[in-house]
Structure formats: C-alpha cells, structure tokens
Write a protein that binds this ligand. Structure first.
Ligand SMILES: NC(=O)C1=CN([C@@H]2O[C@H](COP(=O)(O)OP(=O)(O)OC[C@H]3O[C@@H](n4cnc5c(N)ncnc54)[C@H](OP(=O)(O)O)[C@@H]3O)[C@@H](O)[C@H]2O)C=CC1
Ligand SMILES: O=CC(=O)O
Length: 291
C-alpha cells in the first residue's frame, strides 16, 4: 500500500517510520523540509508540497500541530485541496476540534474526495511501538480501506460514526488527562511541602486503585525536573482550550478542567510550552504572589 504523510513532528515521524518498517511505500512532506531527510534514509520518497504528495498517493495522512496547521495544509496554496478529487483520500490524524474537521471534510467531499478524521491517543513511545489508540470518524468505506495502516500504527481502532465524533472523543480524553496531571502535580507539591517523601507518594499511588501508566512514567522524571517533550505542553493546553469550548457549546460546567487549563497557560507563560506537558508541575511549584 502506498501512503502520503504530511507532518513529521514527534508523532508523524514515528508513525511514518512504522509504516516504512512494515513495508508501506511512504511519500513524506514537512513544512520544514529538512525533517524529511531521516525518512529519506529509511526509504521514504519526499514530496515538495502537500499537493504533490496527494497527486502521487491515493491515501494521504496528516499529523499537524493544531487547527490552524491542519487547515493551512489543506487550504493554502499547494495544499491538499489542489489535488484532491475522485478516488483520492485524506485522513487527518491531528488533534483538532470538530469544526475544523468538518470544514476540511466538506471541501474534500465537494471535490469528490473521501475524508476521515482519526486523532490518536498515546504519545511518542506508543507511536514508535505501533501502540496508538485510533479514534476515527467520517467515511466508513475509507476507514475499512485504511485499516492495514491503522493496524501498523495502533493497537486498537474505533470507528465513531459521523465527522466530529473522533475529534470530540479525543478532546474529552485529553481534558481528563490534563486534569489528572494537574491533580497529580498538586499532590506532589503538597507531599513535599508537608514534609513527606514524594517517592513514597509515587509508590503508594502505584499500589492502589489510582495506579496508571502516566503517573508511573511521568512521576520519576517530574521529580528530576526533566521534561524532554513526548507530548509538548503547548499541545496539551490547546486540547484543554478546545475541550473547554466543547463544554461551552454543550453547557457542561467543567471547573476542574478550567483550573487545569489555567495551570497549563501559566506554564506556557513561564516559557515551558515546548517541554513535555508534565512540566506543568513547575508552574504548580511556583508560589502565587501574595496579595
Ligand atoms: N506528541 C504526542 O504525544 C501526541 C500528539 N498528538 C497530537 O498530534 C499532533 C502532532 O503532535 P506532535 O507530533 O507532538 O507535534 P510537533 O509539534 O512535534 O509537530 C507538529 C507538526 O506540525 C507541523 N506544522 C505546524 N504548523 C504548521 C503549519 N502552519 N503548516 C504546516 N505544518 C505545520 C510541524 O512542522 P514543522 O516541523 O515545520 O514545525 C510539525 O510537522 C497534534 O495535534 C497533537 O496534539 C496526539 C497524541 C499524542
Ligand atoms: O494527546 C496526547 C496523548 O498522549 O494521547
């Protein structure tokens, strides 16, 4: 199977390498073209624009940072839309809101193409190991056709129905994840300030009903103030923002998520946006100014 891949950030690089490793023919494009070099060494072809990739491949996958990037790659000059048409398929795996996905879907469909949104749950390591959870929605026939690629990139794929449902599911999941990480960070600070061993807190949590891979993986590195980006904090804050907007639309009160969003915003204002999202702990450690 031949696929195009647009966006070689942390996730896109790992996902496209996996496809190559499993025998797919892959043509890649990235805004910063130099990031294509490593993929070229692993046997990928390189397209000079998104349009060129779509022209060459029946199936093209996008993995871009946020709604504006996802829209730019489709609608800008030399974008996906210029070559999409009858028999061409576009799969956007970026985390965006339902409106962004719908705009892309409408225009692609108008031109006779097929569209699937398919955001993923799971970070850098699951992407490298082909262990993502794929949350797809949109064109069911395209979903069935692209399953061989999803099976390489992920451990489980869900088909969630109409366009927007994949985006919404992803935002709900990440709203929970961001809120949990904040509560965890506050717990670490509280343990420290009240004279307890933070390591013992990690051990206690890991033995009880709240044990989870995120606390287990992030806890030790947070205690070392080490935040190499697996999931960049700026993207987690974008997801909190989009999840809160979804809450607004549906009149769902989410005070916990709103407070977590404030902590991620504070972390961004401290210059931590390109660090791993667990760096929110640094923002929680900073004392509030006294009145
Ligand atoms: N990292 C993670 O753990 C996970 C991330 N996600 C989601 O996946 C998506 C990608 O994440 P990740 O790989 O971590 O992000 P990165 O920041 O590592 O990569 C972002 C990619 O988007 C490209 N990009 C940004 N702006 C534009 C633009 N205006 N036009 C064209 N390309 C653009 C970047 O290109 P360039 O190299 O030129 O900057 C890069 O290829 C995000 O939506 C994120 O929320 C989902 C699950 C897990
Ligand atoms: O979106 C991030 C993730 O870890 O999933």
């Amino acid at each position: 199977m031949e696929v195009g891949f647009l966006g070689l950030g942390i996730m896109g690089k790992a996902m496209s390498l996996n496809l190559l490793r499993h025998g797919f023919k892959v043509t890649v494009w990235n805004r910063t073209l130099s990031k294509c070099d490593e993929l070229l060494e692993h046997g990928a072809s390189v397209g000079s624009t998104p349009a060129e990739v779509v022209k060459k491949c029946k199936y093209t996958i996008g993995m871009l940072s946020d709604p504006s990037a996802a829209l730019a790659v489709v609608f800008d000059k030399d974008g996906v839309l210029e070559q999409i048409g009858e028999g061409k398929c576009y799969i956007d795996m970026s985390t965006v809101d339902a409106d962004t996905s719908s705009k892309i879907s409408e225009e692609i469909t108008k031109k006779g193409g097929y569209f699937l949104e398919a955001p993923v749950s799971g970070s850098k390591k699951p992407a490298e190991d082909g262990q993502l959870v794929i949350l797809a929605a949109g064109e069911k026939t395209l979903y069935d056709e692209i399953i061989p690629a999803f099976d390489v990139m992920g451990k489980k794929s869900f088909f969630l129905g109409e366009i927007g449902n994949g985006a919404k599911m992803k935002l709900v999941v990440n709203m929970i994840m961001g809120s949990m990480l904040n509560a965890f960070s506050e717990g670490l600070v509280l343990a420290d300030k009240s004279g307890l061993s933070q390591q013992t807190l990690l051990d206690v949590l890991d033995l009880g009903a709240m044990a989870n891979p995120m606390f287990k993986m992030k806890g030790p590195t947070m205690l070392m103030s080490s935040y190499p980006p697996a999931f960049p904090l700026k993207h987690q804050q974008k997801d909190m923002r989009l999840a809160l907007a979804l809450g607004d639309e549906n009149a769902v009160s989410m005070p916990v998520a709103a407070a977590a969003n404030e902590a991620f915003k504070k972390a961004r204002s401290l210059g931590l946006g390109d660090n791993d999202f667990s760096a929110v702990y640094e923002a929680i450690k900073v004392p509030e100014p006294s009145p």
